[in-house]
Design a protein around this ligand. Structure first.
Ligand code: MLT
Length: 327
């Protein structure tokens, strides 16, 4: 009996040592960052910008894997189910980790319990945008069109529970309007159709829109933040444009599966923090209208609080709007 227990103890020590050794040499191979939407959209853009600098700090490539579907919940479920070894992380956001629980009764993850929060990557103000020849040149006239012709107008979004879907649901609720809703695998492809004039409007994150608005290939009706964005000084706020109650901003943040060792979580958080302090990374995010989190908003503890508050915030709003998955 004694020999067996010694052998077991030695085996356990060996495992622990391996674990500790693995954590000590982490990362020893490339890291997958799941982006739960199509390439080219805002979440993909933020992931690639911060991922590039994180790769340098960690000494291993962060490889983005786009896993789209179901408003981002497919990809985030994949991340939840991944081995908690630090080699799979995900870029979630206000939709996947705030709105989704209210919209998916059988959601296969709990945003507040099934992840190790790594940190906030960027705040992403929301804009109401239209195709360039939409017959309205300001928010007031746009809303008039929504009220009079809503069902004939096509809104492009990235699936139930996405940021675009959630924030245009809020718009419908505030303006008491209904419109036709067209789902895409991300607002990257949705924007292509908006530029092509195939759809009429959308509610999207600024980091996806700045180049197109500046080029005049789409029109911005308003930005839903208290102040104008420095990257779009000519776009009025919703308050200036006569819809002060429409105030909404999204965010993108990095998560690892629950059970990822604390030392590894800390290494990832530190790498994200360094990326957000890097001049070039900041410049790229700011040029696209991204809002860089201040130090107190960074890290896992602050992100955990944000997720809990966002789930609490969006659940009553979306329930009141009567929206559920499949719409
Ligand atoms: C995207 O990257 O496509 C967006 O984050 C989708 C969305 O949430 O609207």
């Amino acid at each position: 009996m004694k020999r067996r227990s010694i052998l077991l103890a030695a085996a356990a020590l060996g495992l622990a040592a391996t674990g500790a050794h693995a954590q000590g040499t982490y990362p020893s191979r490339p890291i997958t960052m799941i982006v739960p939407f199509a390439a080219g959209g805002p979440t993909d853009v933020v992931a690639r910008i911060v991922g590039e600098h994180m790769s340098r700090t960690l000494g291993q490539q962060i490889v983005v894997e786009n896993v789209a579907g179901a408003g981002g919940t497919t990809g985030i479920t994949r991340a939840k189910q991944a081995a908690p070894d630090g080699y799979t992380i995900a870029m979630g956001h206000m939709g996947t980790h705030g709105a989704a629980p209210a919209l998916y009764p059988n959601l296969r993850y709990d945003p507040a319990k099934d992840f190790e929060p790594i940190g906030l990557a960027a705040g992403t103000p929301i804009l109401i945008v239209t195709r360039k020849d939409f017959p309205a040149d300001n928010l007031k006239d746009f809303i008039e069109k929504l009220k009079n012709e809503g069902p004939k107008l096509n809104e492009a979004h990235a699936g139930v529970g996405s940021v675009s879907h959630t924030t245009c649901t809020l718009l419908a609720s505030i303006t008491n309007t209904k419109f036709t809703r067209v789902a895409y695998r991300g607002t990257g492809p949705a924007l292509n159709d908006l530029v092509a004039g195939q759809v009429d409007f959308g509610c999207d994150q600024i980091v996806n829109l700045v180049p197109q608005i500046q080029a005049g290939t789409i029109k911005a009706m308003a930005i839903a933040t208290p102040e104008r964005s420095p990257s779009l000084p000519n776009v009025p706020t919703t308050k200036e444009a006569g819809l002060p109650e429409y105030q909404v901003s999204a965010w993108n943040a990095v998560f690892a599966p629950k059970g990822t060792p604390k030392e590894i979580v800390q290494k990832l958080s530190d790498a994200l923090d360094k990326a957000l302090d890097d001049e070039n990374t900041r410049k790229r995010l700011l040029e696209l209208g991204g809002v860089i989190p201040d130090k107190p908003e960074r890290g896992g503890a602050a992100l955990q609080k944000l997720v809990e508050s966002e789930v609490a915030r969006w659940t009553p709003v979306l329930k009141a709007a009567g929206v559920t998955a499949g719409q």
